[in-house]
Structure formats: structure tokens, C-alpha cells
Design a protein around this ligand. Structure first.
Ligand SMILES: [Zn+2]
Length: 389
């Protein structure tokens, strides 16, 4: 195994620039989630790339969402390892101007350069290095999804078939999502969902006949306070983030809509939150106003599995041995697809893509040299997995 590692690390050093080239190419193919052509062009580009590496591939196509791509090396004697990332970004085409991949010193700027196209480049550098070193003990699977940034709302969660098809039976997974700047690794994440509360009351002239009206806004005001009071800062949080309603100060409002963002730590906490919201919906403060509750897409929480900690220890050991520091585990309120892997009981480390900051903002950046660093740790971690893992 020592010799395999030596060859793979040497390959990474020799081909780092090559992969920076791939990184640049895929950032230049702009791919906001709703830009289905953009996401499809990126998926096709990477499909061809995988093909050239001798990997098997499958493109999944969906109505209303960009495609997802699965690729795999030959099966080995031990259970496979999955590398994941997403193809879509949050940035509308042109948001970064003409120069969409800009290197300044050790930082690189561009749409999705950090979240999470740098992670795609990390995954490819690791796969290429392992293949070059003759590693055949475990099949390597690459899973790239096309509507992650919308919580899979665009495909109505149909894109999750990618994980159902390829995650069961894996020994471990690595989500090459945007990584914390300090090199920490995410092992737990909150889940989240959004619900809309639709209030339907009765309109009436506010001057002539206020008693004939039933104010949807008044009902909403009570329930906004009820919902926000559920927040437990150390557990589940409820944020009434938008409110819309009414037509003018002289009309008793017959309609109001409140959108609530909920973040939770476990599947159990998610179910509790939903029950609490349904209870609040049932209450009536203003007779004549009805309340409807509508769920939209969301993420499950990423919870620890039995082998998450052992997997992290292998990663940390690899990082230390290679001189890349001693990372800690991180728990964040942001969601990711790693949740769907952990739900299957498969240990997963998240945020192992390039290091950087400011995702979802025009100031998004990644550390250029973290591409090499992350690929090195990833390769050593995969090689160090015990056979019975
Ligand atoms: Zn992301």
C-alpha cells in the first residue's frame, strides 16, 4: 500500500495544474440550478471526461431539473467508496461578468468555484491518481447531482434516485462540498424545510363595515409569534422569513402568506416540528380565517452513523501524516446531500472539497492550492480504510 500511495501522491503533484485546468473549464460552464441547459452542458462535459478515464457512466434526466451523473470504476473485491458533489450553482449566468475564473495570488474567484466545482476537481484528481497507481481494491463511484442548491425542488426530489441507486453497499462516502477554510470536516449538519402558511379571511371596507371582515393578517400575526416562540437555539429553530398580504390600508385583508424556515438536528426533531406547526395551524384567533399549511422541499439532517467517527479518525491521521494539519469535526446549520448518505447508515464526511469561503455570494472564493491538499488526504484516507470497513 505504501508504494501505491507514493505513486498516487507523485501523480497528484504532476497533474495538479491539469486539474486546475479542469476546474477552470467547469467553472466557465455556468450552471445555475434553473439554467437547465447550463447544468446539462456541464454534465455532458463530465460524462465525456469520465468516459475517457475508462469509467462507466449513467446520465439521469429529469423534467424541470438539470441531469445527474453517476460514474464508476471497475468493481473490486471490497465494498465501493463514493465521492459526491453537485453540478449546479446559485449564481445566474453572467453574475461574475466575463472573467468567470480569476486567480489572484493563492485565491481563485468565480461562480461555483468553491461551491462546489472545486470539489468536483478534487474528486477527479483523487480518482485519476488512484487509477494511475493501479488501485483496484474498491470500486470508486462518482455521484454528481444537478439540483442540490434548490433542495431538489426542481426535480421534485426525483434526483435523489442517484443516491438510492448507488449508495447502498458502499463502505464510506466523501461529499466534496465546499470545505471550511480552516480544514475542518463536517460530520453533522442540521436538516431544513420550508413551509408556507396560507391565511384565507374575508375582505371588507375598513371604514364602512370593518365588522364584516375577517383579517388574515391579524390571524397571521398571532401565529407568527406562536411559531417563533417554538425556537430552541440549541435545537430546532423556526424563522418566519417572509410575509405578504393585504391590498391596502382601507381593506380588511382577506389573504396573507408567511414562509417559515425550520432547521433541525434529527429526523425525530423534524417530525416534532411538523406536529407543532400543525397544532398551531389548528388554532383560531380570528373567527372566519382559515389556515392552510404547505410543505415545500427540504433536506434531512445529517446525523452521525456508527462508523462516522472511525472514518474521521482515518481522515485526520492521513491529514497529519501528510503535513496538512490536524482537522476537527464541525457541526453546521447548513444542509447538504451527505444527509441522504448518513440516512442509509453509510459513514460520510462532508465539506472535503476545496477550502474557501463566502459561498452563495459574489465574493465566493477558494484556496487554489487546497485542490492538491484535499486530493492527497482523500487518496490516503481511501488507501488506509481497513479491509473490514
Ligand atoms: Zn454546495
Amino acid at each position: 500500500m505504501e508504494e501505491t500511495l507514493r505513486i498516487a501522491l507523485a501523480y497528484i503533484d504532476e497533474h495538479e495544474d491539469d486539474l486546475i485546468g479542469l476546474w477552470e473549464n467547469i467553472v466557465r460552464i455556468e450552471s445555475q440550478s434553473s439554467d437547465l441547459d447550463g447544468v446539462a452542458r456541464l454534465a455532458d462535459h463530465l460524462d465525456t471526461y469520465c468516459d475517457a478515464l475508462g469509467m462507466g457512466t449513467k446520465l439521469y434526466r429529469f423534467d424541470g431539473a438539470g441531469p445527474a451523473l453517476a460514474a464508476w470504476t471497475r468493481p473490486g473485491p471490497l465494498p465501493p467508496v463514493a465521492l459526491m458533489a453537485h453540478l449546479d450553482t446559485v449564481h445566474p449566468k453572467g453574475a461574475f461578468g466575463e472573467d468567470t475564473f480569476r486567480v489572484e495570488g493563492d485565491l481563485v474567484h468565480g461562480p461555483g468555484v468553491y461551491d462546489c466545482k472545486g470539489g468536483i476537481a478534487v474528486a477527479f484528481l483523487a480518482i485519476r491518481a488512484l487509477l494511475h497507481a493501479g488501485y483496484r481494491r474498491r470500486q470508486l463511484k462518482l455521484l454528481l447531482i444537478g439540483d442540490e442548491e434548490t433542495a431538489h425542488a426542481l426535480s421534485h426530489e426525483e434526483s435523489l434516485v442517484l443516491y438510492r441507486d448507488h449508495i447502498p453497499g458502499c463502505a464510506a462516502a466523501f461529499n466534496c462540498e465546499s470545505g471550511p477554510l480552516n480544514g475542518d470536516v463536517i460530520t453533522r449538519r442540521k436538516g431544513g424545510f420550508v413551509v408556507s402558511l396560507l391565511f384565507q379571511g374575508r375582505a371588507s371596507h375598513a371604514g364602512n363595515a370593518p365588522e364584516k371582515g375577517a383579517s388574515a393578517i391579524r390571524e397571521a400575526a398571532h401565529k407568527v409569534l406562536d411559531i417563533e416562540a417554538l425556537t430552541d437555539l440549541s435545537g430546532t429553530t423556526f424563522n418566519c422569513g417572509t410575509i405578504q398580504g393585504g391590498s391596502g390600508p382601507n381593506v380588511v385583508p382577506d389573504r396573507c402568506e408567511v414562509k417559515v424556515g425550520v432547521r433541525f438536528k434529527s429526523k425525530e426533531a423534524r417530525d416534532t416540528a411538523l406536529t407543532q406547526l400543525r397544532e398551531i395551524r389548528e388554532r383560531v384567533y380570528v373567527p372566519g380565517v382559515s389556515t392552510e399549511l404547505k410543505m415545500s422541499a427540504g433536506f434531512q439532517a445529517m446525523e452521525l452513523t456508527e462508523k462516522t467517527e472511525p472514518l474521521f479518525q482515518i481522515w485526520r491521521h492521513a491529514s497529519e501524516e501528510l503535513g496538512h494539519g490536524s482537522p476537527q469535526t464541525a457541526f453546521t446549520g447548513g444542509c447538504s446531500d451527505a444527509a441522504y448518505v448518513a440516512m442509509e447508515g453509510i459513514p460520510v464526511l462532508c465539506g472535503v472539497g476545496v477550502r474557501g469561503a463566502n459561498h452563495h455570494a459574489l465574493t465566493e472564493y477558494a484556496v487554489l492550492r487546497s485542490l492538491r491538499e484535499r486530493a492527497r488526504i482523500l487518496v490516503k484516507t481511501i488507501l488506509d480504510l481497513p479491509d473490514d470497513f
